[in-house]
Write a protein that binds this ligand. Structure first.
Ligand code: FES
Ligand SMILES: [Fe+2]
Length: 439
């Protein structure tokens, strides 16, 4: 049954592709760490200043245009690797407005340095996430970045979720594919049965249980919400998804305020054919930290995340190619199902936002552009199998070998405790003479 599009897409969220993105996490951005990423081809850096506040700057030193890669953070100052220029955030009326050079070469440049500021974007920390407001035009004074929506609009709490009491696991995952294909994947429940059935726990979702669903989509100026229910009405909603533009998807089962398991996925459009996801699973169970450590809960979760995303990866890349070739843009080529309603509305929003915001035209690259940043950015599996392998190795050495060691220790203790008794009983039963006789 093809879906009807005109009425469904009559209204859509009024936030486009420029806005608040969760791009990093508290756990990842430690003191003295430099976090590299990019937005729509523009390389950026996040670090913590002297007040431990996250700062997002363009990865571009104002002296002679070097990247901060290979640079350093000392006492909250970011230091360029080329000639050692140091930059620090300055407080004006309590707000850190500029990130200014405090030193370059020697004292002779003291006054010169005062007038050299880095380009930056608004950056805040909330709920263990680091958010930036991406406008595409970094400014030396933060107040010159025009913010159109408050960051609260993309908080899960704004949609009725209670996250405070919940534990979570998270992972960063990079893909060499188009950003919007990954969101489309996360709004697609049918592929979960077919593609991920083997990797998911339980028997409820697999190739044998794949079926069609009823789907309703709610829209307002801030978000899209899709609810899937069983066609026979035998159960409550099967699953719900919320798309909060520009880059956040929340997936959960059951009522919003009672959901025991909430998945928050943040999608970062790094560059052409490059995207990063921060996947976070909140849970209202398995909250005992010691127990989680003992059963290696985090490692198990990470292994499942990586398996699932690896399963998706080839399709995401081939779809990216087909989209770039224009095959998917032609509506007559695409025969969508009823369950693809949310995807259709998302794609419609995406196309409209591309035309309105033109984010890929803000920092365009071409085939001659040096790909150094694109190559360096790919850090996480599945784009980097080396990291995936490290997780596998970790699991192998941290679980298999300790279990084997425990087994050996157990057998040794039992042998020492009961071994002599067993030998003397054996001797008593005259087994030894019978062996001698056979010899
Ligand atoms: S380019 Fe950064 S200090 Fe010279
Ligand atoms: Fe998937």
């Amino acid at each position: 049954m093809p879906i009807q599009s005109s009425a469904e897409t009559a209204s859509r969220p009024n936030v486009g592709l420029l806005g608040w993105y969760a791009v990093c996490t508290t756990e990842y951005l430690t003191k003295d760490a430099i976090y590299y990423f990019s937005m729509f081809n523009e390389p950026l850096v996040i670090f913590r200043d002297q007040n431990y506040k996250p700062k997002c700057v363009k990865d571009f030193c104002r002296h002679r245009g070097a990247s901060f890669r290979g640079g350093d953070i000392k006492n909250g100052e970011i230091i360029c690797p080329y000639h050692g220029a140091r930059f620090t955030s300055s407080s004006v009326n309590g707000d850190n407005e500029t990130i200014t050079c405090t030193h370059i070469v020697d004292k002779a440049y003291k006054n010169f340095a005062k007038h050299v500021n880095l380009f930056q974007y608004p950056c805040i920390e909330k709920g263990d996430y680091i958010y930036i407001y991406y406008s595409g035009k970094a400014q030396t004074r933060l107040e010159d970045v025009k913010i159109n929506t408050p960051v609260d609009h993309i908080q899960p709490e704004a949609y009725g979720f209670e996250l405070e009491e919940k534990e979570y696991e998270q992972a960063f995952i990079d893909f060499k594919c188009d950003w919007s294909r990954i969101i489309e994947n996360h709004l697609d429940i049918l592929h979960i049965f077919w593609m991920h059935g083997n990797s998911l726990p339980g028997n409820e979702v697999n190739r044998k249980t794949i079926k069609s669903f009823n789907q309703t989509v709610h829209k307002d100026s801030k978000h899209l919400r899709s609810v899937y229910t069983e066609k026979d009405g035998s159960k409550d909603e099967f699953i719900s998804q919320i798309f909060i533009p520009p880059g956040r998807v929340v997936i959960f089962k059951g009522a919003t305020d009672k959901a025991r398991y909430i998945q928050v996925l943040d999608h970062i459009p790094l560059s052409n054919n490059r995207a990063r996801i921060i996947v976070r699973h909140y849970r209202a169970f398995m909250k005992n930290k010691l127990l989680c450590k003992l059963i290696m809960f985090k490692q198990r979760q990470l292994r499942t995340f990586y398996s699932i995303f690896s399963e998706d990866y080839l399709v995401l890349q081939t779809q990216t190619f087909n989209e770039q070739m224009g095959y998917m843009k032609q509506e007559k080529n695409m025969k969508l199902l009823s369950e693809d309603k949310m995807i259709k509305i998302f794609l419609d929003w995406h196309q409209n936002s591309l035309e309105t915001d033109n984010p890929w035209d803000l920092h365009p690259t071409n085939s001659n552009t040096n790909k150094i940043h694109q190559d360096l950015l790919m850090e996480y599996p599945p784009a980097n199998p080396h990291h995936a392998n490290k997780i596998r190795q970790f699991f192998k050495y941290s679980v298999t070998y300790p279990m084997l060691s425990l087994l050996i220790i157990f057998v040794t203790i039992i042998s020492l405790r009961y071994g002599p008794e067993l030998i003397s009983k054996t001797l008593e039963n005259n087994i030894l003479p019978s062996i001698e006789l056979r010899n």
